[in-house]
Design a protein around this ligand. Sequence first.
Ligand code: GLN
Length: 477
Amino acid sequence: MKTFQSLSEIQAEIKAGKLTVSQLVDYHLTQIKNNNGRLNAFLSVYSDEAQQQAEIIDQKLKNNSAGKLAGMIVGIKDVYAYKDHPLQCASQILNGFESQYTATCIQRLLDEDAIIIGHQNCDEFAMGSSNENSAFGPAKNPIDETRVPGGSSGGSAAAVAADMCQGSIGSDTGGSVRQPAAFCGVVGLKPTYSRISRYGLAAYASSFDTVGIISKSVEDAALILEVMSGADEFDSTVSQQVVPDFANFKTERKYKIAYLSETLDHEGLNSEIKASILELVETLRTSEHQVEEAHFSMLDYILPTYYVLTAAEASSNLSRYDGARYGKRAKSENLEEMYKLSRSEGFGEEVKRRIMTGTFALSASYYDAYYTKAQKVRRLIQKETNQLLDEYDFVLSPTTPTTAFKLGELKDDPLEMYLEDLFTVQANVAGIPAISIPFGVDNQGLPIGVQLMTKCFNEKNLLDISNQIITFKDQNR
Ligand code: GLN
């Protein structure tokens, strides 16, 4: 079967009588069967259900009663609750756990006739940048299997790149949708914090966690965003704003765009990625966008702020996994020992590191020195970011400092691993939308991603410029 870049292509074939949803599901199941052994992108595959669902949707299409997402086959990261299906956050501590309800964002996809084909591999509790922190072993990059797919939504990006599904729902707390999308050559969208309900998303750092989308096209990201967004009685932090018709994003406007010298001159930035950004700046100028160099003085403070605050929030959120309530329970006659053993055996090394550093930052003697200070710096970063976005429609930067690195290369060096998030965490610290778009490859054929950030609730224009950029690349080929 040919590969489809977007749902509109799929729906056109279905309409022309050349394709059925059942055939499409069978195709993706075959892709999973042939590739998952080596890529380890899916942890569970719901074959029978997906096939049954496909027959029902094919019938609905005949009756003209199918939803907007008929023909969209989606995989979901192992952090989303899907009723009566396993949910483990790629952790031993949730061994054998099954969800008792469905996350709002997933329910909204189902209501529009998307099909959920399985749960996807990720870093344990979404903590990581390479998918190597999964209790189920790493997912691999389909472009080069000796390399990581990025993380934490690594399985989700690998699955889309290897055509095991048409789109994936990942989560983005500090870049976990955009960084793997960049490494695997697909689109990764992190909407405004509060745009999509987090009900049913296992919490990592609640003031940063965002539902994110991985897709092959900007068009599909827009459509999925439109379906998932909007107020939800189960999550009071979701914005009450009316959801725009994101799917209708193509206005082809000319914009004012900034690129930051601090990111392009950063010593950790790979020179080919820098060259790609400069090439894009030129192309944008040729297409009559106004592109200017600008400054952001706080780049060096973003990562430390992010890691103090997210570890603090994680240490509190993950206290619920005590061995008594969910999943794994260690054997012991003594209650306190049972808690301790369950947590020591159930959590992996990186999760333990975050819980310990977070607990330290929140402890009475260090609270002000770390937690309060980081909150103040967060406010300053938000302020400077918003000032920049008052002047410019978008800020352009690389998504990542490097292309996909080798499996094992950074695994034992947590600080180097954290540096991978250098350019992505700003959007989460500030709560603004950001996207990663594939833009060329390096000399080893590894994908390069470019990132655009914009002000809160400006996703529609973000989608418009992203689509223009993807089209430049197609024209240059
Ligand atoms: N790599 C970052 C972290 O480990 C981002 C994770 C994420 O966005 N879920 O915290």
